[in-house]
Write a protein that binds this ligand. Sequence first.
Ligand SMILES: [Zn+2]
Length: 251
Amino acid sequence: MKIKQIVSVFFLVLLIVGCTSKTPYTNRSQMILISDEKELALGEQSYEKTLKESKVIENTKDSKRVKEIGKRIAKVANKNYDWEFNLIENKAKNAFCLPGGKVVVYTGILKVAKNDDQLATVISHEIAHALARHGAERISTNMVSQGIQILGNIAISTQAPEYTKSFNIAYGLGSQYGVLMPYGRMQENEADEIGIYLMAKAGYDLNEAVKFWENMNEGKKESIEFLSTHPSSETRIAKIKNIIKNIEKKK
Ligand SMILES: [Zn+2]
């Protein structure tokens, strides 16, 4: 090993040791190599761009529902974010939450989320991804697997196109990501679990969460590619039912 490589490995180890954090509720250790500040700055930037490039629906019954339900969940999320909730005209059955609590819901998902409790399910799930910093975790894993260029990445500006691109992919932006083609299986299960806890705290009907994912899966053919990243619908629903059972036991 050359001196330069040894130094890089040394810094990598330091960075990883210094950057483990814990997810809320599930208390899982995770490696995060991107600072809160950088994550929030990237979130803000992508959020503004998304709003600028989309048709934001305002002052309709549905846009008000999204904001009301969002606020009710944000209240129990116990995170000092500057929360915002917007409904955007888009046929995709999708939603996402950017770092800093910027939640975007597509009109397409209203066809699947058939009542307030079901809409709360998808919003809670997306908020859970943000609270658990799944996007930052995904970026960090990519950084390590790509052999990192650690020092370079630290210096990189949030404006750098390659950074923005990996950010968008990591946070599930764009119509083919979010609920549709999102995080890895483990993170999806975790977001389901944290999402259910949030729903319970906010006083929503947990059984509607099961119905929401059933609606989401209706008529959908699960390709091998889809199954490799998603929990299968049956496994997912079974796990959600279990979490609900445990919560109800504790009551
Ligand atoms: Zn998800």
